[in-house]
Write a protein that binds this ligand. Structure first.
Ligand code: ZN
Length: 380
């Protein structure tokens, strides 16, 4: 077999042909592609912007791009139904190389230069028509979300015990796995406090940790993360948010105070999901987190949602809390931080400290929340 024939077979198999140009780090926006060029490149004059920068062969970069595309897309030939007589591939979306490069990849790669995009497009194997990986199935994050919604529905009309559902629902294990992958377990240091407010009669003098802290068991109503009769500390990062969260009216008499953990604690911080940068498709170490991140952002929005005062609406999040407390038993998870549904951008918390754990001063007690007496504030 001749050299040219061999080359043709090689190009066919790898999905792209050959090109001589070199490209620099400044011609791409995506940080993972920049790193790729930086790692294999040498200082040279870029063929596209003429700057002297770290450059690599565009052909090598296209190899990396094709490998990355294959993480979320595949060749429609062989996995999709084909209908002749102008029917084409049927039943799911497909993308030709032009759509793939100019519409789908260009924003992800952060490449705007038409000359670069055209060279990538022309080098790709033009016989390939792309489709989403596993084109007739839902995306993984869509499947996960449907599973979570089904869980929520069944949690509201339970056929087995609360503890049983918490232990046996597979979606809850999937969610805890995502916490770990996405690094959502955080330390809260002793100097980070949370406010709590209580509405009371004007005549009552409210100034003790036991009165302002977690509600005693006999008064603990069903709440977002806890069942009726389970005492937990619900607080927020500022007084204004606590007032909104407890539904205080301007005419109400309210006392607020700030509580601090007596030692460093570990919490599940769902608010971190907002600040995690969406992983690049071109980053082989992080791109597997793209799907979990989309799902977990939807999940965190659901967890924060206001439930119009109907206790049954809180059953899914109560079971979820039971699950993670049990799952992280040895790990000693002490609470959950989530976004307030009433004050945009503010954090709320539920800490697994009951009324007994709320104390007046920072003694050497462990596993406690102490009230900062100086923070006591009476409104009205
Ligand atoms: Zn350049």
């Amino acid at each position: 077999m001749g050299y040219l024939k061999n080359k043709q077979i090689e190009y066919q198999e790898r999905g792209y042909s050959s090109i001589d140009s070199i490209i620099c780090t400044s011609c791409v926006g995506d940080h993972a592609i920049k790193s790729f060029i930086r790692n294999i490149g040498t200082k040279n004059k870029c063929d596209y912007c003429s700057k002297i920068r770290k450059c690599c062969k565009l052909e090598d970069l296209i190899g990396h791009i094709v490998e990355s595309i294959r993480f979320e897309f595949e060749d429609a030939t062989g996995c999709m139904h084909w209908e002749g007589k102008e029917g084409g591939f049927i039943g799911a979306r497909t993308y030709d190389n032009y759509n793939m490069v100019f519409d789908k990849l260009s924003p992800e790669m952060g490449i705007e230069d038409e000359a670069v995009l055209t060279d990538i497009y022309k080098t790709l194997n033009d016989s390939i028509e792309w489709c989403d990986k596993d084109p007739y199935a839902l995306r993984i994050h869509e499947e996960d979300y449907i599973e979570w919604k089904q869980f929520c529905k069944s949690a509201k009309s339970p056929t087995s015990s609360f503890e049983d559902i918490a232990l046996k629902s597979q979606i809850l294990y999937k969610i805890t796995e995502h916490f770990q992958e996405l690094g959502l377990i955080k330390n809260i240091n002793k100097d980070t406090g949370f406010y709590r407010s209580v509405i009371h009669d004007k005549a009552e003098n409210v100034d003790s940790a036991k009165r302002i802290g977690s509600a005693p068991v006999k008064y603990a109503a069903a709440n977002r993360m806890s069942r009726k009769g389970v005492s937990m500390f619900y607080g927020a990062e500022d007084i204004e948010t606590t007032l909104k969260e407890i539904g205080a009216k301007p005419s109400d008499t309210v006392t607020s105070a700030k509580f601090y953990p007596s030692e460093r604690i570990k919490v599940l911080d769902l608010t971190q999901l907002d600040s995690i940068e969406f992983p690049s498709l071109f980053d082989p170490t992080k791109r597997h987190l793209r799907s979990p991140l989309i799902f977990m952002r939807n999940f965190a929005t659901d967890v924060s949602k206001k439930c119009n005062g109907k206790p049954i609406q809180y059953l899914p999040t109560q079971i979820f809390t039971e699950h993670i407390r049990n799952f992280y038993k040895e790990f000693k998870l002490s609470g959950i931080i989530y976004n307030s549904s009433l004050v945009k951008g503010k954090k709320c918390c539920v800490l697994f400290f009951n009324n007994e754990h709320c104390i007046e001063c920072n003694s050497n007690l462990k596993n406690a929340l102490y009230m900062d007496k100086a923070s006591l504030k009476n409104i009205n």
